[in-house]
Design a protein. Structure first.
Length: 452
């Protein structure tokens, strides 16, 4: 058997009692629910905050871009740090940072202050994501991680589906300040949930890592994610994203040179050499890319076909509701059929996108959104759980951080490509791009994951 194809088998790093393990998981799940709401809420709050706060109008989009960019930049460094310090306290500190920046964001006197606070919140979110995964992987053995990530998928799917509705409700009740205050309050609850838990500090932590490489990696990823998120048009000069992409390319070249010389590279290349870990990271990015593209493209198609508000709501419900109710069932299906489940869902997403290239009538849109929603719901959290069974408990933070970075990068690339194609060829073509990514990911999983 080829090394790296088998999941990493061992006892948990910290054998806690069942009630304490559940407390660790609950704290992580509460924190996980914050992230989608923080993004969708901030996106919804941009027009109101931009209109009411003093500052240049061009800073408005940076309320979201600063958060996303700093999250991407800090994720790998946060993962490596979480594996080397008290996992519980690192996770709690991240949630406290999110809570404090949420409160201060609600009191921000101007747009520059709000953008700076959202950047700090992105760092806190990276600490939460990496610290939470490091905690969970340290207390749950590999054979239980699929079930655990079924719960994570259910919470994440529900938060993604309900995020826009909750954000609009918060805007209606308290305006843009409440949109930042509410996620901060939830993060504070996640921090409180860690009280009384052990520190979960490894007595023999992993060796020193390349700090310079981690910072360079973070800057490179942040520049690329920000450039693709910024896009071109709507008052954005072409040279802005171009300079960021050039900086990302230069950073990538420099990063390769630094990592080749480092005794302990910042990027855990040994994990990337595991075919299943790599393939499932691509699959998750493809699924998320399909979701964000479909959330934007399907309403545009509906508007072009003069669909009523009721029909449009049904389309979005079919797309999002399965992700709130199916992930636990998906975790059970994945115990023996994970590879088949993931590849079938990816092929299904690609097929639904292909159908909408031929016809985009109301019936076809309803069928396609239902098919995509079902595929996403039945795989929410499954690739994550499968990939992270290959990660040793001592390196859970780094393994989850690298996985998350790969997912976010592919999701952002998919959305950027789809947005560009859509501007030229229409919203159906955006789904064609996302479908092509799903098809590529399906082939990667079939090739990289051995049949069970």
């Amino acid at each position: 058997m080829v090394l790296g194809l088998l999941p990493f088998r061992s006892a948990p790093l910290f054998p806690l009692s069942r009630p304490r393990r559940r407390r660790v998981l609950v704290a992580d799940l509460v924190s996980t629910a914050v992230f989608p709401l923080a993004i969708t809420g901030a996106t919804a709050a941009v027009p109101d905050a931009g209109a009411r706060l003093p500052g240049a109008a061009a800073l408005g989009p940076w309320i979201v871009l600063a958060y996303n960019g700093l999250f991407a930049a800090a994720l790998l460094l946060a993962g490596a740090t979480a594996d080397r310090v008290s996992r519980t306290r690192f996770f709690a500190a991240g949630n406290v940072l999110v809570a404090v920046t949420g409160l201060l964001s609600a009191l921000a006197p101007d747009l520059p202050s709000l953008v700076a606070l959202r950047a700090a919140a992105g760092v806190g979110a990276a600490m939460c994501a990496a610290g939470g995964s490091s905690m969970v992987l340290a207390v749950y053995p590999p054979e239980e991680r699929r079930r655990v990530y079924g719960w994570t998928g259910a919470v994440l799917g529900g938060s993604l589906a309900l995020g826009p509705l909750v954000a609009q409700g918060l805007l209606a009740v308290g305006g843009w300040p409440l949109v930042f205050l509410a996620p901060g309050a939830v993060a504070a609850l996640a921090a409180l949930a860690t009280l009384g838990l052990p520190a979960l500090r490894d007595p023999e932590p992993p060796g020193r890592f390349d700090l310079a490489g981690a910072l360079l990696f973070g800057g490179t990823v942040a520049a690329a994610v920000t450039a693709l998120g910024l896009g071109v048009g709507d008052g954005v000069p072409w040279w802005g994203p171009a300079l960021l992409l050039a900086a990302a390319a230069a950073g990538a070249v420099r990063l390769v040179r630094v990592e080749r010389r480092a005794a302990q590279p910042a990027i855990p290349l040994d994990l990337l050499r595991i075919p299943a870990y790599r393939a499932y990271a691509v699959a998750t990015g493809a699924f998320m890319g399909m979701l964000v593209v479909a959330l934007a493209a399907l309403p545009q198609l509906g508007s072009a076909r003069r669909m009523g508000a009721g029909e449009a709501a049904v389309v979005l419900s079919l797309l999002t509701v399965p992700s709130t109710v199916l992930p636990l069932a998906a975790a059970r299906l994945a115990r023996r059929r994970a590879r088949r489940l993931v590849t079938t869902a990816l092929f299904g997403c690609a097929a639904a996108a292909a159908v909408l290239q031929l016809t985009s009538g109301p019936a076809a849109m309803l069928a396609a959104s239902g098919a995509i929603g079902l595929c996403l719901g039945l795989t929410e959290g499954v690739p994550d759980g499968q990939a992270l069974t290959h990660v040793p408990a001592r390196r859970g933070g780094a393994g989850a951080a690298l996985f998350g970075t790969a997912r976010m990068s592919l999701e952002t690339l998919t959305l950027a490509a789809a947005t560009g194609v859509s501007a030229a060829l229409g919203p159906a073509s955006a789904l064609a791009v996302a479908g092509a990514v799903c098809l590529t990911a399906a082939l990667a999983v079939r090739r990289g994951v051995p049949a069970s």
